[in-house]
Design a protein around this ligand. Structure first.
Ligand code: HEM
Length: 140
């Protein structure tokens, strides 16, 4: 990703992270609106789950200038997700829920440019995860 795009993602995430519990709750309600059956995959407290998600996203976002430092941990995360019952096609739904959440949280600051930068960042994250978990041939 280009430097400017990484900056856009980092600045917008910093704003959203100030209200992290709220962002996480919005994210899961968007996700379960897209596919209510996904709710059954989650067994724990959703507030705790939201904290884990936001912490992991923060690590990815913080390291977007040097993604190779974080990608091994991302691949391990993806492999753990197979055991949670997560399938390759779920990643697109999570991407949609994430974009909707950011649009709600950032309002007019979620410009077309910021949206495009997030699309690239999520593509990098989700492609890395799907490849690690399901293999390159099923990553598309
Ligand atoms: C795209 C990037 C994603 C990130 C950064 C992420 C992050 C996390 C983290 C940090 C955990 C805590 C457990 C662990 O570290 O192994 C977790 C658990 C989980 N995630 Fe994700 N996740 C992602 C994608 C997905 C997708 C696509 C799904 C599909 C619905 C999903 C469903 C789950 C489930 C079911 C759990 C376990 C919940 C439980 O133990 O009850 N995640 N995720």
């Amino acid at each position: 990703m280009e430097h400017h795009q990484v900056d856009l993602v980092q600045r917008s995430f910093a704003r959203a992270a100030k209200v992290a519990p709220h962002v996480a709750a919005t994210f899961y309600s968007e996700l379960f609106a897209i596919d209510p059956s996904l709710r059954a995959l989650f067994n724990g407290d959703m507030v705790v789950q939201g904290e884990k998600l936001m912490k992991m996203l923060a690590q990815v976002v913080d390291n977007l200038h040097q993604p190779e430092t974080i990608l091994p941990a991302v691949r391990e995360l993806a492999v753990r997700h197979v055991a949670y019952g997560v399938e390759a096609h779920h990643y697109a739904m999570v991407g949609t829920a994430l974009m909707r959440t950011l649009r709600h949280e950032l309002g007019t600051e979620f410009t077309a440019e910021t949206r495009a930068a997030w699309t690239d960042a999520y593509q990098l994250l989700s492609e890395t995860m799907r490849e690690a978990a399901y293999g390159a041939s099923r990553a598309a």
